[in-house]
Design a protein around this ligand. Structure first.
Ligand SMILES: Cc1ncc(COP(=O)(O)O)c(C=O)c1O
Length: 383
Protein backbone atom coordinates (compact mmCIF):
# COMPACT_ATOMS: atom_id res chain seq x y z
CA UNK A 1 0.00 0.00 0.00
CA UNK A 2 2.84 2.38 0.89
CA UNK A 3 4.36 2.21 -2.61
CA UNK A 4 1.19 3.34 -4.33
CA UNK A 5 0.89 6.40 -2.12
CA UNK A 6 2.01 9.81 -3.27
CA UNK A 7 2.17 12.39 -0.51
CA UNK A 8 1.86 16.10 -1.21
CA UNK A 9 4.75 18.14 0.27
CA UNK A 10 4.27 18.57 4.06
CA UNK A 11 4.20 22.35 3.94
CA UNK A 12 4.62 23.19 7.62
CA UNK A 13 7.46 20.73 8.12
CA UNK A 14 9.18 22.10 5.03
CA UNK A 15 8.71 25.66 6.33
CA UNK A 16 10.31 24.75 9.66
CA UNK A 17 13.11 22.84 7.91
CA UNK A 18 13.90 26.01 5.97
CA UNK A 19 13.70 28.54 8.81
CA UNK A 20 13.64 27.00 12.30
CA UNK A 21 17.39 26.68 12.74
CA UNK A 22 18.48 29.68 10.69
CA UNK A 23 16.11 32.42 11.92
CA UNK A 24 17.43 33.81 15.23
CA UNK A 25 13.89 34.44 16.55
CA UNK A 26 10.47 32.92 16.11
CA UNK A 27 6.94 33.66 17.21
CA UNK A 28 5.24 30.59 15.74
CA UNK A 29 6.70 27.50 17.42
CA UNK A 30 4.13 25.10 18.82
CA UNK A 31 6.14 23.49 21.61
CA UNK A 32 6.72 24.64 25.18
CA UNK A 33 10.20 25.88 26.04
CA UNK A 34 12.35 22.74 25.60
CA UNK A 35 14.38 21.55 28.57
CA UNK A 36 18.07 20.75 28.44
CA UNK A 37 19.21 17.26 29.34
CA UNK A 38 20.81 18.35 32.60
CA UNK A 39 17.65 20.29 33.52
CA UNK A 40 15.52 17.19 33.00
CA UNK A 41 17.97 15.06 34.98
CA UNK A 42 17.58 17.34 38.00
CA UNK A 43 14.05 15.92 38.23
CA UNK A 44 15.29 12.30 38.22
CA UNK A 45 15.29 10.11 41.32
CA UNK A 46 18.77 8.68 42.15
CA UNK A 47 17.61 5.30 40.80
CA UNK A 48 16.48 6.72 37.47
CA UNK A 49 19.69 8.76 37.22
CA UNK A 50 21.74 5.58 37.64
CA UNK A 51 19.48 3.68 35.26
CA UNK A 52 20.05 6.35 32.61
CA UNK A 53 23.82 6.39 33.00
CA UNK A 54 24.28 2.62 32.99
CA UNK A 55 21.69 1.99 30.32
CA UNK A 56 22.17 -0.95 27.97
CA UNK A 57 21.94 0.42 24.43
CA UNK A 58 20.46 -2.65 22.84
CA UNK A 59 17.18 -2.90 20.98
CA UNK A 60 14.17 -2.09 23.10
CA UNK A 61 10.80 -3.82 23.43
CA UNK A 62 8.77 -3.21 20.28
CA UNK A 63 5.60 -2.10 22.06
CA UNK A 64 7.64 0.18 24.33
CA UNK A 65 9.33 -0.04 27.74
CA UNK A 66 6.87 -1.82 30.08
CA UNK A 67 7.36 0.74 32.86
CA UNK A 68 6.84 3.59 30.43
CA UNK A 69 3.65 2.01 29.09
CA UNK A 70 2.44 1.59 32.67
CA UNK A 71 3.20 5.25 33.47
CA UNK A 72 1.27 6.34 30.33
CA UNK A 73 -1.65 4.04 31.19
CA UNK A 74 -1.75 5.45 34.73
CA UNK A 75 -2.37 8.92 33.32
CA UNK A 76 -5.68 7.63 31.92
CA UNK A 77 -8.75 6.13 33.57
CA UNK A 78 -9.49 2.51 32.75
CA UNK A 79 -6.41 2.04 30.54
CA UNK A 80 -3.99 -0.84 30.90
CA UNK A 81 -0.31 -0.91 29.87
CA UNK A 82 -1.18 -3.46 27.16
CA UNK A 83 -3.41 -0.79 25.48
CA UNK A 84 -0.38 1.49 24.95
CA UNK A 85 2.08 1.46 22.03
CA UNK A 86 5.13 3.71 22.21
CA UNK A 87 5.72 5.63 18.96
CA UNK A 88 7.51 8.67 17.60
CA UNK A 89 4.70 11.29 17.65
CA UNK A 90 4.45 11.82 13.88
CA UNK A 91 4.67 8.05 13.42
CA UNK A 92 1.58 7.94 15.62
CA UNK A 93 -0.28 9.93 12.96
CA UNK A 94 0.98 7.70 10.17
CA UNK A 95 0.25 4.28 11.67
CA UNK A 96 -3.53 4.49 12.19
CA UNK A 97 -4.23 6.18 8.89
CA UNK A 98 -1.88 4.00 6.89
CA UNK A 99 -2.78 0.67 8.43
CA UNK A 100 -6.55 1.10 8.85
CA UNK A 101 -7.65 3.01 5.74
CA UNK A 102 -7.99 1.86 2.13
CA UNK A 103 -8.72 3.64 -1.14
CA UNK A 104 -12.38 4.63 -1.35
CA UNK A 105 -12.96 4.84 2.42
CA UNK A 106 -14.83 7.92 3.58
CA UNK A 107 -12.99 9.92 6.24
CA UNK A 108 -13.98 13.08 8.12
CA UNK A 109 -11.08 15.33 9.22
CA UNK A 110 -10.72 18.86 10.57
CA UNK A 111 -9.76 21.91 8.55
CA UNK A 112 -7.40 23.53 9.23
CA UNK A 113 -5.27 20.92 10.94
CA UNK A 114 -1.77 19.49 11.00
CA UNK A 115 -1.41 18.41 7.38
CA UNK A 116 -0.67 14.73 7.98
CA UNK A 117 -3.97 14.43 9.87
CA UNK A 118 -5.73 14.33 6.50
CA UNK A 119 -2.99 14.12 3.84
CA UNK A 120 -2.21 10.46 4.58
CA UNK A 121 -5.89 9.58 4.04
CA UNK A 122 -5.97 11.65 0.84
CA UNK A 123 -2.83 10.00 -0.51
CA UNK A 124 -4.31 6.58 0.30
CA UNK A 125 -7.21 7.40 -2.01
CA UNK A 126 -9.83 8.05 0.68
CA UNK A 127 -12.73 10.39 0.13
CA UNK A 128 -12.41 13.28 2.58
CA UNK A 129 -15.03 15.56 4.11
CA UNK A 130 -13.77 18.50 6.14
CA UNK A 131 -15.17 19.73 9.44
CA UNK A 132 -14.47 23.46 9.11
CA UNK A 133 -13.26 25.76 11.84
CA UNK A 134 -15.54 28.81 12.28
CA UNK A 135 -14.67 32.19 13.70
CA UNK A 136 -17.11 33.65 16.22
CA UNK A 137 -17.05 36.83 18.28
CA UNK A 138 -15.40 34.93 21.15
CA UNK A 139 -12.81 33.11 19.12
CA UNK A 140 -12.77 29.79 17.27
CA UNK A 141 -15.38 27.09 17.16
CA UNK A 142 -16.12 23.70 15.62
CA UNK A 143 -19.87 23.13 15.35
CA UNK A 144 -20.91 19.56 16.19
CA UNK A 145 -24.14 19.92 14.17
CA UNK A 146 -21.95 20.49 11.10
CA UNK A 147 -19.94 17.39 11.95
CA UNK A 148 -23.12 15.34 12.25
CA UNK A 149 -24.11 16.36 8.73
CA UNK A 150 -20.71 15.26 7.36
CA UNK A 151 -20.82 11.72 8.75
CA UNK A 152 -22.28 9.28 6.23
CA UNK A 153 -23.46 5.68 6.58
CA UNK A 154 -20.21 4.54 4.94
CA UNK A 155 -17.83 6.76 6.95
CA UNK A 156 -14.95 4.69 8.33
CA UNK A 157 -12.80 7.10 10.34
CA UNK A 158 -13.26 10.41 12.13
CA UNK A 159 -10.06 12.35 12.87
CA UNK A 160 -10.09 14.99 15.59
CA UNK A 161 -7.42 17.11 17.29
CA UNK A 162 -8.30 18.79 20.60
CA UNK A 163 -6.68 20.96 21.93
CA UNK A 164 -6.50 22.09 18.33
CA UNK A 165 -3.50 23.06 16.25
CA UNK A 166 -3.46 25.88 15.11
CA UNK A 167 -6.34 27.65 16.97
CA UNK A 168 -5.87 26.26 20.51
CA UNK A 169 -9.63 25.51 20.50
CA UNK A 170 -10.95 23.13 23.15
CA UNK A 171 -14.61 22.07 22.94
CA UNK A 172 -16.91 22.01 25.93
CA UNK A 173 -17.24 18.64 27.64
CA UNK A 174 -20.81 18.38 26.31
CA UNK A 175 -19.66 18.98 22.71
CA UNK A 176 -16.78 16.52 23.10
CA UNK A 177 -19.13 13.83 24.38
CA UNK A 178 -21.48 14.50 21.46
CA UNK A 179 -18.58 13.96 19.04
CA UNK A 180 -17.82 10.63 20.70
CA UNK A 181 -21.50 9.72 20.59
CA UNK A 182 -21.57 10.37 16.83
CA UNK A 183 -18.58 8.02 16.45
CA UNK A 184 -20.15 5.37 18.68
CA UNK A 185 -23.47 5.50 16.82
CA UNK A 186 -21.75 4.17 13.69
CA UNK A 187 -18.89 2.27 15.26
CA UNK A 188 -16.41 4.63 13.55
CA UNK A 189 -12.72 4.44 14.20
CA UNK A 190 -12.07 7.68 16.07
CA UNK A 191 -8.50 8.90 15.72
CA UNK A 192 -8.06 11.53 18.43
CA UNK A 193 -4.80 13.48 18.31
CA UNK A 194 -4.37 14.69 21.90
CA UNK A 195 -0.74 15.74 21.65
CA UNK A 196 -1.59 19.17 23.12
CA UNK A 197 -3.39 17.64 26.11
CA UNK A 198 -2.13 18.83 29.53
CA UNK A 199 -1.63 22.36 28.19
CA UNK A 200 -4.96 23.50 29.67
CA UNK A 201 -4.24 26.79 31.41
CA UNK A 202 -6.67 25.68 34.12
CA UNK A 203 -6.59 21.93 34.83
CA UNK A 204 -10.37 22.00 35.40
CA UNK A 205 -10.82 22.50 31.64
CA UNK A 206 -9.12 19.21 30.77
CA UNK A 207 -11.35 16.88 28.79
CA UNK A 208 -11.28 13.14 29.33
CA UNK A 209 -9.16 11.29 26.83
CA UNK A 210 -11.21 9.76 24.00
CA UNK A 211 -9.71 6.33 24.77
CA UNK A 212 -11.33 6.42 28.23
CA UNK A 213 -14.81 6.96 26.80
CA UNK A 214 -14.89 5.05 23.52
CA UNK A 215 -13.57 1.56 22.76
CA UNK A 216 -12.85 2.22 19.07
CA UNK A 217 -10.84 5.38 19.79
CA UNK A 218 -7.14 5.52 18.99
CA UNK A 219 -5.50 8.32 20.93
CA UNK A 220 -2.19 9.98 20.10
CA UNK A 221 -0.29 11.60 22.97
CA UNK A 222 3.31 12.56 23.52
CA UNK A 223 6.01 14.65 25.13
CA UNK A 224 6.57 17.12 22.29
CA UNK A 225 4.33 19.98 23.38
CA UNK A 226 3.41 20.59 27.03
CA UNK A 227 6.35 18.59 28.39
CA UNK A 228 8.91 20.64 26.44
CA UNK A 229 10.68 17.49 25.19
CA UNK A 230 10.13 17.26 21.41
CA UNK A 231 13.74 16.13 20.92
CA UNK A 232 13.08 12.88 22.78
CA UNK A 233 10.73 11.87 19.95
CA UNK A 234 8.50 9.98 22.39
CA UNK A 235 4.78 9.64 21.89
CA UNK A 236 2.16 6.94 22.34
CA UNK A 237 -0.92 5.45 20.79
CA UNK A 238 -3.64 4.12 23.08
CA UNK A 239 -6.56 1.95 22.11
CA UNK A 240 -8.63 -0.55 24.07
CA UNK A 241 -9.53 -2.35 20.83
CA UNK A 242 -7.14 -5.33 20.61
CA UNK A 243 -7.77 -5.79 16.88
CA UNK A 244 -6.88 -2.18 16.07
CA UNK A 245 -3.84 -2.38 18.35
CA UNK A 246 -2.64 -5.47 16.48
CA UNK A 247 -2.92 -3.66 13.11
CA UNK A 248 -0.99 -0.67 14.45
CA UNK A 249 1.80 -2.87 15.77
CA UNK A 250 2.04 -4.79 12.50
CA UNK A 251 2.62 -1.50 10.67
CA UNK A 252 5.06 -0.24 13.30
CA UNK A 253 7.34 -3.14 12.33
CA UNK A 254 7.81 -1.30 9.04
CA UNK A 255 8.45 2.16 10.48
CA UNK A 256 10.60 2.37 13.63
CA UNK A 257 10.30 -1.21 15.03
CA UNK A 258 11.06 -0.01 18.56
CA UNK A 259 11.84 3.14 20.54
CA UNK A 260 15.12 4.82 21.53
CA UNK A 261 16.54 3.36 24.76
CA UNK A 262 17.81 6.65 26.29
CA UNK A 263 14.61 8.47 25.34
CA UNK A 264 12.50 5.84 27.10
CA UNK A 265 14.25 6.44 30.43
CA UNK A 266 14.15 10.22 29.98
CA UNK A 267 10.44 9.92 29.15
CA UNK A 268 9.89 7.99 32.37
CA UNK A 269 11.62 10.76 34.31
CA UNK A 270 9.35 13.31 32.60
CA UNK A 271 6.16 11.40 33.36
CA UNK A 272 7.21 10.86 36.97
CA UNK A 273 7.40 14.66 37.22
CA UNK A 274 4.44 15.46 35.03
CA UNK A 275 2.82 18.02 37.32
CA UNK A 276 6.03 20.04 37.70
CA UNK A 277 6.88 20.01 33.99
CA UNK A 278 3.37 20.99 32.90
CA UNK A 279 3.22 23.76 35.52
CA UNK A 280 6.54 25.09 34.20
CA UNK A 281 5.14 25.23 30.65
CA UNK A 282 1.83 26.78 31.65
CA UNK A 283 3.60 29.49 33.68
CA UNK A 284 5.57 30.45 30.56
CA UNK A 285 2.39 30.51 28.43
CA UNK A 286 0.55 32.67 30.98
CA UNK A 287 3.42 35.18 31.16
CA UNK A 288 3.58 35.28 27.35
CA UNK A 289 -0.17 35.90 27.10
CA UNK A 290 0.27 38.96 29.34
CA UNK A 291 3.07 40.22 27.10
CA UNK A 292 0.99 39.58 23.96
CA UNK A 293 -2.06 41.36 25.37
CA UNK A 294 0.08 44.46 25.86
CA UNK A 295 1.92 44.12 22.55
CA UNK A 296 -1.01 43.38 20.24
CA UNK A 297 -3.23 45.65 22.34
CA UNK A 298 -1.19 48.58 20.99
CA UNK A 299 -2.50 47.79 17.49
CA UNK A 300 -6.17 47.03 18.05
CA UNK A 301 -7.16 47.63 14.44
CA UNK A 302 -4.21 45.81 12.92
CA UNK A 303 -4.35 42.46 14.73
CA UNK A 304 -7.27 40.29 15.84
CA UNK A 305 -6.44 37.62 18.33
CA UNK A 306 -8.50 35.25 20.50
CA UNK A 307 -6.40 34.07 23.42
CA UNK A 308 -6.80 30.32 23.92
CA UNK A 309 -7.86 28.63 27.16
CA UNK A 310 -5.37 25.91 26.54
CA UNK A 311 -2.55 24.95 24.28
CA UNK A 312 0.58 26.79 23.27
CA UNK A 313 -0.69 28.28 20.03
CA UNK A 314 -3.37 30.41 18.46
CA UNK A 315 -4.10 32.27 15.23
CA UNK A 316 -3.68 36.01 14.79
CA UNK A 317 -5.38 37.90 11.97
CA UNK A 318 -3.47 40.65 10.22
CA UNK A 319 -6.30 43.07 9.42
CA UNK A 320 -4.43 44.95 6.69
CA UNK A 321 -4.20 45.04 2.93
CA UNK A 322 -0.81 43.38 3.09
CA UNK A 323 -0.87 39.59 2.56
CA UNK A 324 0.40 37.88 5.70
CA UNK A 325 2.99 36.05 3.60
CA UNK A 326 4.59 39.43 2.72
CA UNK A 327 4.52 40.48 6.37
CA UNK A 328 6.19 37.20 7.37
CA UNK A 329 8.84 37.68 4.69
CA UNK A 330 9.54 41.22 5.97
CA UNK A 331 9.78 39.95 9.57
CA UNK A 332 12.35 37.38 8.52
CA UNK A 333 14.33 39.71 6.26
CA UNK A 334 14.34 42.81 8.46
CA UNK A 335 14.36 41.33 11.98
CA UNK A 336 15.26 37.64 11.70
CA UNK A 337 11.88 36.67 13.14
CA UNK A 338 10.17 33.53 11.85
CA UNK A 339 6.39 34.02 11.44
CA UNK A 340 4.29 31.13 10.13
CA UNK A 341 1.56 32.29 7.71
CA UNK A 342 -1.63 30.25 8.16
CA UNK A 343 -1.69 29.51 4.42
CA UNK A 344 1.18 27.09 5.12
CA UNK A 345 -1.41 25.17 7.14
CA UNK A 346 -3.72 25.51 4.12
CA UNK A 347 -5.99 27.86 6.03
CA UNK A 348 -7.43 30.71 4.02
CA UNK A 349 -7.47 34.18 5.48
CA UNK A 350 -4.83 36.67 6.51
CA UNK A 351 -3.66 34.87 9.67
CA UNK A 352 -0.40 33.75 11.21
CA UNK A 353 0.21 31.22 13.97
CA UNK A 354 1.37 32.58 17.31
CA UNK A 355 3.35 30.26 19.59
CA UNK A 356 3.00 31.10 23.28
CA UNK A 357 5.33 28.49 24.72
CA UNK A 358 8.80 29.92 24.24
CA UNK A 359 10.66 32.10 26.77
CA UNK A 360 12.13 34.18 23.95
CA UNK A 361 8.72 35.35 22.68
CA UNK A 362 8.95 38.83 24.31
CA UNK A 363 12.34 39.48 22.64
CA UNK A 364 11.00 38.25 19.29
CA UNK A 365 8.00 40.59 19.57
CA UNK A 366 10.28 43.51 20.42
CA UNK A 367 12.18 42.86 17.21
CA UNK A 368 8.90 42.81 15.30
CA UNK A 369 7.94 46.32 16.40
CA UNK A 370 10.04 48.22 13.79
CA UNK A 371 8.86 45.79 11.10
CA UNK A 372 5.27 46.73 11.92
CA UNK A 373 6.17 50.41 11.75
CA UNK A 374 7.88 49.92 8.39
CA UNK A 375 5.08 47.84 6.89
CA UNK A 376 2.15 49.90 8.04
CA UNK A 377 2.31 53.63 7.62
CA UNK A 378 0.00 54.38 10.48
CA UNK A 379 0.15 51.52 12.99
CA UNK A 380 -3.09 51.09 14.88
CA UNK A 381 -5.21 51.98 11.90
CA UNK A 382 -6.58 49.76 9.16
CA UNK A 383 -4.24 50.19 6.23
C1 LIG B 1 -1.47 18.13 15.98
C2 LIG B 1 -0.11 17.50 15.88
N1 LIG B 1 -0.02 16.16 15.84
C3 LIG B 1 1.17 15.54 15.75
C4 LIG B 1 2.34 16.26 15.69
C5 LIG B 1 3.64 15.52 15.55
O1 LIG B 1 4.50 15.71 16.64
P1 LIG B 1 6.06 15.63 16.41
O2 LIG B 1 6.40 16.81 15.54
O3 LIG B 1 6.67 15.72 17.75
O4 LIG B 1 6.38 14.33 15.71
C6 LIG B 1 2.29 17.66 15.72
C7 LIG B 1 3.53 18.46 15.64
O5 LIG B 1 3.53 19.66 15.52
C8 LIG B 1 1.04 18.29 15.82
O6 LIG B 1 0.92 19.63 15.86
Amino acid sequence: MVNSMKFAPFKIVNFFRQHEFSAPYGISQSDSEPLTLDELLTYASPERHRQFETLWLGYTETQGHPELRRAIANMHDGIDARDVIEVVPEEGVFLPMNSLLSAGDHVVAMQPSFQSLWEIARATGCELSFWQQRRTEDGWHFDVDELERLIRPDTRMLIINFPHNPSGYLPSRADFERVLELARRQNLILFSDEIYRFTEHDAGLRLPSACELYERAIVLGGLSKCFGLPGLRVGWLITRDAGLSHELQEMKSYTTICGSAPSEILALIALENREALCARSIDIVRANIDVCRKFFGRYPDLFWIAYPQCGTITLVELAADMPVGDFAAAALREAGVMVLPAEIMLFEGNYFRLGLGRRSLPQALERLEPVISNCFARPGTKV
